[in-house]
Design a binder for this molecule. Structure first.
Ligand SMILES: Cc1ncc(COP(=O)(O)O)c(C=O)c1O
Length: 487
């Protein structure tokens, strides 16, 4: 701002609590503050890469304990169990590999995806991301789009007797029409909880039904857990487990949380799929896939998740957040729906209850007012009207209370403005996020604001700041499990 370049600058700190430099700080040390240097303990290049992610190796034992144990009880990793893993270095690579695995295994080419989905930035993934291809080259003939299982705004809503079966029948319809054209389905790709689609919680039982239709057509089910895996949903470690105890996808891709900001990702699949891939004789080679440092990061994240019981923490804070937001829904008519599980929550803003028209401009205004309060949150959904909450896993009960109190104050003020027919004026972006020097500031980053939505990738702390105190500090460009080492 004002011609100066600002950079986010954190030299020292633990999780989201930064030590005060000077001034009237009441910086609290949060649980987990001991993780100032979680990596070096493991950061020795002698670490064997097999420790994390070899086919049928440690990664699967750690990441899919239930499936692994079931396989061991059966004497060996079974065909239907996720028992083979490939390490890749970037999340998009994981989805691209999943696509290759599916095609190799099935011998088919076409893909069914959910409307408004996003699966990554590689060309192959832009092609299967309606969220992106609609603004670019358009839909390829091998890509087929099924409706989002959105029970708030979609064709089958909360009053439908069985939305899971109804939405799955839509997939069946898509699959049949593909087959009628003489084409063949290789995979159904979906985020276990569609995020870009508007923080959607598919009705329980939808995935097993879809999997049945897709497998019957010779395809496989790919669950993209890149945003939502690793305990975020609280009740389970993986979001696809919300769909039913017995449901197991054929391929699971994971990233983001796995490395807490470090580029590491993984693809897990069944022995059958892995074998078909290997059968080509063309080895899977990835220079940085499974580098010792990445493996060390992955293991450190898993250690922290387990030791600090962050999955249970997500369940507890998430339900508190939902309760607070529920009280806001009763108070502010602009809140049409609150949906969520663990620390994955969406607040759907509407113009009026009867039509459920997305309140896009109001959502924009709210986001900009929250920024003035050092709370970074963004919107998703086709109408860009769903506030997305996917905070780092260390997000606390206090944080939830603070954010909801600000939300309440801004909504009350907005309603007052709207009553008096005042225009809701957006602040110019640059004027935001520039805290007064020497004063305490609180920055909470709740969505997974892509770097683009953080001016200059986080122009928050003036570079030559005099005493500047962050009381709390939460920064993430992804829904990392905790931010001990990603800022
Ligand atoms: C659901 C999902 N899949 C895949 C990706 C791709 O990850 P990356 O940009 O790290 O390659 C993203 C990124 O936001 C994502 O949200």
């Amino acid at each position: 701002t004002g011609g100066r370049i600002h950079r986010l600058h954190q030299q020292r700190g633990a999780r989201w609590a930064l030590p005060p430099s000077r001034g009237p700080s009441s910086t609290r040390t949060e649980p987990g503050a001991q993780h100032q240097q979680p990596i070096p303990a493991r950061q020795h290049c002698g670490l064997r890469t097999e420790a994390f992610g070899d086919p049928a190796g440690e990664a699967l034992r750690v990441l899919f304990p239930e499936f692994w144990e079931a396989a061991v009880q059966e004497g060996r990793p079974s065909e239907s169990c996720l028992s083979s893993a490939h390490r890749v270095s970037r999340r998009s690579e994981a989805n691209d590999l999943a696509l290759r695995l599916a095609r190799q295994y099935t011998g088919h080419w076409d893909v069914v995806v959910l409307d408004h989905a996003y699966h990554g930035h590689l060309s192959s993934l832009i092609d299967i991301s309606p969220y992106k291809f609609r603004g670019l080259d358009g839909q390829k003939e091998w890509v087929h789009v099924a409706p989002l299982p959105d029970t708030y705004r979609g064709p089958y809503r909360e009053d439908h007797p069985n939305p899971a079966v109804a939405y799955a029948s839509e997939v069946k319809r898509v699959v049949s029409s593909v087959q009628e054209k003489g084409r063949k389905i290789a995979a159904f790709f979906a985020e276990s909880l569609p995020s870009v689609g508007g923080q959607i919680i598919p009705p329980a039982g939808y995935f097993p039904e879809v999997a049945e239709h897709v497998r019957r057509a010779g395809g496989v089910f790919v669950a993209d857990e890149i945003q939502v895996g690793f305990g975020r949903v609280g009740k389970h470690f993986w979001a696809f487990q919300l769909q039913g105890e017995d449901f197991v996808p054929d391929i699971v891709t994971m990233g983001k949380s796995i490395g807490n900001g470090h580029p590491v990702a993984c693809v897990a699949t069944t022995q059958a799929v892995a074998r078909a891939f290997e059968a080509t004789g063309v080895e899977y080679f990835n220079t940085f896939g499974g580098s010792p440092v990445s493996c060390a990061v992955g293991l450190a994240v898993l250690d922290v998740l387990e030791k600090e019981q962050l999955q249970a923490h997500a369940a507890c804070v998430g339900s508190f957040l939902m309760e607070l937001l529920g009280q806001q829904k009763a108070k502010h008519p602009i809140i049409g729906d609150i949906r969520g599980v663990g620390l994955f929550v969406g607040v759907d803003l509407i113009k009026d209850k009867a039509t459920r028209t997305p309140a896009t401009e109001e959502a924009d205004y709210l986001v900009s007012r929250l920024k003035e309060n050092y709370i970074l949150l963004s919107t998703d959904g086709p109408g860009r009207n769903v506030l997305k909450f996917k905070p780092p896993m260390c997000f606390s009960l206090d944080n939830a209370q603070h954010v909801v109190a600000k939300l309440d104050a801004i909504l009350t003020d907005m309603e007052e403005k709207m009553r008096s027919c005042e225009t809701l004026r957006l602040q110019p972006e640059a004027a935001l996020l520039s805290p007064p020097l020497g004063e305490c500031a609180l920055l909470l980053v709740l969505g997974d604001p892509e770097l683009g939505s953080l001016p200059s990738a986080g122009s928050f702390v003036p570079q030559q700041a005099k005493p500047f105190v962050c009381k709390h500090f939460v920064l993430t460009d992804d829904p990392f499990p905790q931010s001990s080492f990603n800022t």
